[in-house]
Design a protein around this ligand. Structure first.
Ligand code: SAM
Length: 382
C-alpha cells in the first residue's frame, strides 16, 4: 500500500467482503473548523449497506449515513484536506494511515491479537448470536452454569434479555447513536440488561459507550460494580440513587425494564428532560392510575371486576404515557416484546426523538375526562 488510492481500495474491498469493523479519523488540520474526529461504522438501512459517520465537533455530534461510493469520495476529501491520521480496524489487522511532517503518506499495519467480529449489518443474521452466553456476567447473575450453558431457571431471563437486545439492535440500525453514546438504565436491579447492553454495544457494534445503571439498593449496585470490573467493562458503572434525582448533561438513550409503577414515569420524564434520542421502557405495575380512575360512564359495571379494572388501568397508564411522549417530541410505538410465557409484563414503549405533537395533549385531556382521572403521574413531572 503506497498512497491514498490504495488505502481507499482496501476500505472498499473490506466493506464488500465484510471484514471492515470500524474506522476513526483523527488529528484534524486547520481546514476542518471545529470538527475533531469522524467515526465510521457499517449499518444496513432499508437493506442497503451504508457507513454511519459520526462527526464529532467541539460541542456536538452529527451522524450522517452515507452510501459506500459517497463515503469513499468523502474519505478521499477528508484525508486529503481535513485529517492527518486514520485508523482502519479490519477483522484481522489494524491499518494506520498518517501524513508525516514531510507531507508524505505512511502506513503502519498491525495484526490484531484476536480476530475481531465484523459488525453484523444483515437483517437475516442469526439473532441468537447477539449475546454470548459464555460471558462471565451471565454466570454470576445465575443465568448460566460454569460452562456457560443456560440453566433451566435462567432460560426465561436469557430469552427476555436477548429479545430486548434484538429490539435495540434493530432500533440502532434505523437511529444510529454516536459511537460514545451515553446510556442510562433506570431501576436496573441486578443489572442483567445493563451488562448485556454494554456487552452488545462494545463487542457487536464496536462502540465505546458510557453505560450507567441507576438503582436504589446499594447492595445491588456494589455487586454490579464489582462484576463490571471483573468483566473488564471499563465504561459500565452502577450508581446507588433514586432516579428522581437523576440529572445529566448528556443522555443519548434511556432504558428502563420493569421499573416499579411510577418509577417508569420518572424514567420517561428524565429521558424527555435530557432530550435522549431514544427512550425505551417496559412498564411494570400500574397502581397510580388504577387508584386515580373514577369511572362514571357506561364502563362502570364492567370495571367492577378487579381484573378488568387492572387491565383497563394498564391500557390507560401506558396509552397516556405514549401520548405525553408524543406531545414532548417523541415518535412512539407500543408493542409486545416477548411472548407472555416469558413475562406477563411484556409491553414496550419506544420513543424516538422527533417533533412535538401538541394534538396529543388534547387527546390525553379527553381520556382523563372520560375515566375521571385528575392527573397522570407523568404529567406532574414534565
Ligand atoms: C422489578 S425490578 C427490575 C430490575 C431490572 N430492571 C430488571 O428488569 O431485571 C425494579 C427495580 O427498580 C428499582 N427502583 C424502583 N424505584 C426506583 C427509583 N425511584 N430509583 C432507583 N431505582 C428504583 C428497584 O429497587 C428494583 O430493583
Amino acid at each position: 500500500m503506497k498512497n491514498l488510492e490504495d488505502f481507499l481500495s482496501v476500505i472498499d474491498k473490506s466493506l464488500k467482503d465484510n471484514t471492515f469493523v470500524k474506522m476513526t479519523l483523527a488529528k484534524p488540520t486547520a481546514n476542518g473548523g471545529d470538527l475533531k474526529n469522524i467515526y465510521l461504522r457499517p449499518v444496513e438501512i432499508k437493506r442497503q449497506l451504508k457507513l454511519a459517520c459520526t462527526h464529532r465537533y467541539a460541542t456536538r455530534d452529527e451522524v450522517k449515513n452515507l452510501d459506500i461510493p459517497t463515503s469513499l469520495q468523502t474519505l478521499e476529501q477528508r484525508l486529503t484536506h481535513d485529517f492527518l491520521h486514520a485508523d482502519l480496524f479490519l477483522i484481522s489487522e489494524q491499518i494506520t494511515f498518517l501524513w508525516n511532517k514531510k507531507k508524505e503518506i505512511t502506513f503502519v499495519i498491525k495484526k490484531n491479537s484476536t480476530v475481531l467480529e465484523p459488525i453484523s449489518t444483515q437483517h437475516d443474521r442469526s439473532k441468537s448470536r447477539l449475546l454470548d452466553a459464555k460471558q462471565l456476567y451471565f454466570n454470576r447473575l445465575e443465568i448460566t452454569d460454569l460452562e456457560g450453558n443456560v440453566t433451566k431457571n435462567g432460560q426465561k431471563k436469557f430469552k427476555q434479555v436477548n429479545r430486548y437486545i434484538e429490539i435495540i439492535d434493530d432500533l440502532l440500525r434505523e437511529n444510529p447513536l454516536p459511537i460514545d453514546a451515553h446510556i442510562a438504565d433506570m431501576g436496573c436491579g441486578k443489572g442483567l440488561l445493563t451488562f448485556a447492553l454494554y456487552d452488545f454495544l462494545t463487542v457487536r457494534k464496536a462502540m465505546n459507550p458510557v453505560v450507567q445503571g441507576f438503582e436504589l439498593r446499594a447492595a445491588l449496585t456494589d455487586a454490579s460494580n464489582e462484576l463490571a470490573q471483573k468483566c473488564h467493562f471499563a465504561n459500565l458503572n452502577f450508581v446507588t440513587a433514586d432516579i428522581l434525582n437523576f440529572n445529566s448533561e448528556r443522555l443519548d438513550m434511556l432504558i428502563a425494564l420493569h421499573a416499579c409503577d411510577t418509577a417508569t414515569d420518572i424514567a420517561i420524564a428524565k429521558g424527555i428532560q435530557s432530550k435522549a434520542a431514544i427512550i425505551m421502557v417496559a412498564p411494570c405495575c400500574h397502581k397510580q392510575i388504577r387508584k386515580a380512575m373514577n369511572v362514571q360512564n357506561e364502563l362502570r359495571p364492567v370495571l367492577k371486576h378487579g381484573i378488568l379494572e387492572e387491565r383497563q388501568a394498564e391500557l390507560i397508564t401506558d396509552g397516556i404515557r405514549a401520548l405525553l411522549m408524543e406531545a414532548h417530541g417523541y415518535k412512539t410505538s407500543v408493542f409486545e416484546f416477548i411472548e407472555t410465557e416469558h413475562t406477563p409484563k411484556n409491553v414496550l414503549i419506544v420513543g424516538i426523538r422527533s417533533r412535538p405533537n401538541l394534538e396529543a395533549l388534547k387527546q390525553v385531556a379527553a381520556i382523563k375526562a372520560s375515566f375521571g382521572i385528575e392527573k397522570h403521574f407523568l404529567e406532574t413531572l414534565i
